[in-house]
Design a protein around this ligand. Structure first.
Ligand SMILES: Cc1ncc(COP(=O)(O)O)c(C=O)c1O
Length: 466
């Protein structure tokens, strides 16, 4: 009998070495920044390593664990589904579970405007689908995306990525033009040409946690409709409760034509995504009986994914996790703003619900300014690492730097967060920032340790260029 318990007991200590088969560069980075833990168990907001140490998870698998890790109701739902021995992926059938999930999802996110669902296997596939549908519905090829945008890394989604670091080296992508968030004039100048199928945006941007001005999205969508362009909201990260609403666009009274979901819909168990859109778009894509499978994917409506979706939405409702995201998010913002008054390393704290960005900036005082400048001379993205490394090493809290060359740390914890978790995070950050002012604190120790890697990387680059 095959046993995962046995397999992992015997082999999990080799976890980093095994990643030489997958991505040795990533394994090297994890080791360099001290993120090479061997996590063996998880429960709700907590991760546990092989020595039994507990860590607070403020990353939640990039946002998939809205209801916390290994939620007992998610486990029970999956066990039951497997034990039912259902006919799964017959393909030439109309399965009940996907119909039920579509009905539920539309009830929560359709708002009487969007009435059709297409199921996918990931966030990027949701975005690919939305782009393809918009092209079919408008007969146009080009799209508009925002600066800093992140929509996934398959080729179509990469075409609408607002960061050169991700695009570099992958050749010519689909035609898409970039505008800056909140700049309605630039958007209208493009839309006026009537060449654009879609304007794609994240209601709260994941890379940097940039929140748009209150009226921007509503006005942008109005402009889109004036010029025959469809508005696509990418709610893969912000949607389904993270910001305290089922649809993050609700914060801005914005009604897009198409919404992309994924992440939280899975309950962290089986990958799943969904595109919720208007039937008039459906009618253009699946326009005749012989085009009824013109867009589809083998695993798209599999029972395990659909079951996870139904269970995940029910848990979010039953446990009132949207309300919790709102109140704990407000509490975090308020406490972090208080911390900002004590530590001028913090430039701004922003976000919606439990999607929060802490942006650092050049502080006052000669010594601190020199330290800040030294760090930025070494590497533009280093300051964030100087914060997240001791948060993990010393305070056992897992966080992430929000993107390339950004002094921004992002918090996307499970929506089950408690007051105690908030207190623990804020006091840990307080201690890390206090340490930054001391000789021998993280700025000096980490810069020294990372300097040799940065220098060797720069030398390698210079050699390659030369
Ligand atoms: C807003 C947004 N869109 C799309 C994606 C891509 O999702 P996936 O990694 O499941 O392809 C992500 C992933 O982080 C995301 O945050």
């Amino acid at each position: 009998m095959f046993s995962f318990e046995e397999l992992l007991k015997n082999r999990s200590a080799e976890h980093l070495k095994l990643h030489n088969h997958i991505n040795p560069q990533f394994a090297k980075v994890l080791h360099t920044i001290g993120f090479d833990k061997n996590y063996t168990k998880a429960k709700d907001v907590s991760l546990f390593d092989n020595e039994g140490n507990e860590y607070l998870d403020f990353l939640s698998g990039y946002g998939v664990y809205a209801m916390g890790r290994n939620h007992p109701k998610m486990k029970q739902a999956l066990h039951e589904l497997i034990d039912l021995d259902l006919a799964n992926m017959v393909q030439m059938e109309a399965p009940a579970l996907s119909g039920l999930l579509a009905e539920k999802l539309l009830g929560l996110t359709g708002h009487g405007v969007r009435d059709t669902v297409y199921f996918t296997n990931s966030g990027t596939e949701s975005v690919e689908t939305a782009l393809k549908f918009a092209r079919a519905a408008t007969g146009r090829d080009k799209t508009i995306h925002l600066d800093h945008a992140f929509h996934g890394l398959s080729t179509g989604s990469l075409s609408v990525n607002g960061n050169t670091e991700f695009r570099e080296g992958f050749g010519t992508l689909l035609p898409s033009d970039k505008v800056t968030q909140n700049d309605l004039n630039a958007l209208e100048d493009l839309l006026k040409t009537k060449e654009y199928a879609a304007f794609l945006f994240e209601p709260v941007q994941g890379k940097g946690v940039y929140v748009p001005e209150q009226n921007y999205l509503r006005q942008a969508i109005d402009l889109c409709h004036r010029y025959g362009t469809l508005a696509i909201a990418d709610e893969v990260q912000a949607g389904l409760g993270r910001t305290g609403k089922w649809v993050a666009c609700e914060h801005f009274a914005a009604q897009p034509d198409i919404i992309c979901f994924s992440k939280a819909l899975s309950g962290g168990m089986v990958p799943v995504g969904a595109v919720v859109y208007k039937s008039e778009i459906y009618n253009k894509v699946f326009s005749r009986m012989d085009r009824c499978v013109v867009h589809s994917s083998t695993f798209g409506q599999n029972n395990l994914a659909m079951g996870c979706g139904l269970a995940a939405l029910q848990i979010l409702q039953e446990e009132q996790l949207l309300e919790n995201a709102k109140t704990k998010g407000e509490m975090l913002l308020q406490k972090l703003n208080e911390l900002k008054k004590q530590h001028d390393w913090i430039k701004e704290v922003r976000g919606k619900g439990l999607m929060i960005g802490i942006e650092f900036g050049r502080p006052q005082g000669l010594k601190k300014k020199l330290a800040w400048d030294m760090v930025h001379k070494m590497d533009k993205g280093l300051f964030g690492e100087i914060i997240v490394m001791p948060l993990l090493a010393k305070h056992r809290i897992l966080t992430q730097v929000s993107g390339h060359h950004q002094d921004i740390v992002k918090l996307i914890p499970p929506l089950t967060l408690t007051n105690e978790h908030v207190e623990r995070f804020v006091s840990a950050l307080d201690e890390v920032l206090t340490g930054c002012e001391k000789v021998g604190g993280p700025i000096f120790t980490i810069s020294k340790n990372l300097a040799k890697h940065v220098v060797s990387r720069k030398n390698k680059k210079a050699t390659a260029a030369g």
